[in-house]
Design a protein around this ligand. Structure first.
Ligand SMILES: NC(=O)c1ccc[n+]([C@@H]2O[C@H](COP(=O)([O-])OP(=O)(O)OC[C@H]3O[C@@H](n4cnc5c(N)ncnc54)[C@H](O)[C@@H]3O)[C@@H](O)[C@H]2O)c1
Length: 293
């Protein structure tokens, strides 16, 4: 028997978390949400207001539905306040193992026994978070894609201790969120989508580092030669160069293989704080309206 999820909590309201929270509220769930950074909590609130208003203006939501979604969102100042009554918690904090483990320890203390603790991490397998809790059977990856309000896929990744009930509950909840869930039965690096996509992105960065072609032309190659809707650099500007840099650095730290180091251009952008669309500049530059200049 799977659990009927009514209340969802989202921890971490950066790029992904605020979209995940918004999607859950629009889909009819009560949503507690918080971030460690007060500035981010405030900008998430502004995002909710702007997003709902724009959906109404575009005729995608009625004013009544937008008001109801806004009422279901409960911004909180602490993890306790956001998650203490949640049936499902989706953690979307920065991609740093120690930070995520600390959040999971706290959630395990706060949340009722039934609560499922899911991580949106793209690379950290949930077994590394389950191990700091007393409920490893109720821990899994619930991996959204960016932009989470648009992209349909959700990868549910089972760790060796994840119960079938947990997988079934998260699967059914993802469907109620309007998503298309798939189950990754083993914790393989990159899960399914990134496992397919990453070699292409890293190869594209290598080609740009080698001066073989410009970033623009490599993106054109993917779009007009492979039929991809976006080029690898355009996608990377959306997902965040900081995230890619962290992933590469972590991988190198574990493997010691120089091939795993972040490339020259990626490192240059990272060191200048050019993380992509969210900072107004990454591989491309973006205007105030978020459109490519
Ligand atoms: N960016 C993507 O395209 C993408 C796609 C799928 C999954 N993910 C995953 O989602 C997660 C978040 O990525 P993002 O791109 O939204 O990052 P982000 O940097 O935009 O947001 C992370 C947020 O976590 C907050 N935070 C840090 N420590 C915290 C704590 N202890 N408690 C509460 N909040 C805390 C930060 O203040 C920040 O607002 C990562 O695990 C990443 O792997 C990202």
């Amino acid at each position: 028997m799977d659990l009927e999820v009514k209340k969802i909590a989202v921890i971490g309201l950066g790029n992904m978390g605020r979209q995940i929270a918004m999607n859950a509220a629009i889909s009819g769930f009560d949503v507690g949400c918080t971030d460690a950074d007060p500035g981010c909590r405030e900008s998430a609130k502004a995002f909710y207001e702007e997003y709902l208003a724009s959906r109404v203006t575009k005729g995608r939501l009625t004013q009544e539905d937008a008001d109801a979604a806004a009422k279901r969102l409960h911004p909180a100042d602490s993890i306790r306040e956001a998650a203490e009554y949640a049936d499902l918690v989706i953690e979307a904090v920065i991609e740093v193992l120690d930070v995520k483990q600390k959040v999971f320890r706290e959630l395990d203390e706060i949340c009722p026994e039934r609560t499922i603790l899911a991580t949106n991490s793209s690379h950290i397998p949930s077994s590394q978070l389950a191990s700091v809790t007393k409920r490893p059977d109720r821990v899994c990856n619930m991996h959204y894609f960016n932009p989470a309000l648009v992209m349909k896929l959700v990868e549910i990744v089972r760790n060796p201790q994840t119960s079938q009930e947990t997988v079934d509950t998260v699967y059914r909840t993802a469907e109620r969120l309007g998503k298309v869930p798939i189950v990754c039965e083993r914790e393989v690096p990159g899960f399914i989508v990134n496992r397919i996509r990453e070699p292409m992105v890293f190869e594209a960065m290598k080609l740009a580092d080698m001066g073989v072609a410009t970033v623009e032309d490599i993106d054109k190659a993917a779009k007009y030669g492979l039929g991809h809707p976006m080029g690898p650099f355009e996608i990377n500007d959306l997902t965040g160069l900081d995230l890619t840099y962290t992933i590469k650095t972590e991988r190198y730290r574990k493997s010691g293989d120089p091939n795993d180091l972040p490339g020259i251009l990626l490192s240059q952008h990272y060191l200048k704080g050019e993380y992509g669309k969210k900072t107004g500049k990454g591989w491309y530059e973006y205007g105030e309206d978020g459109k490519k200049k």
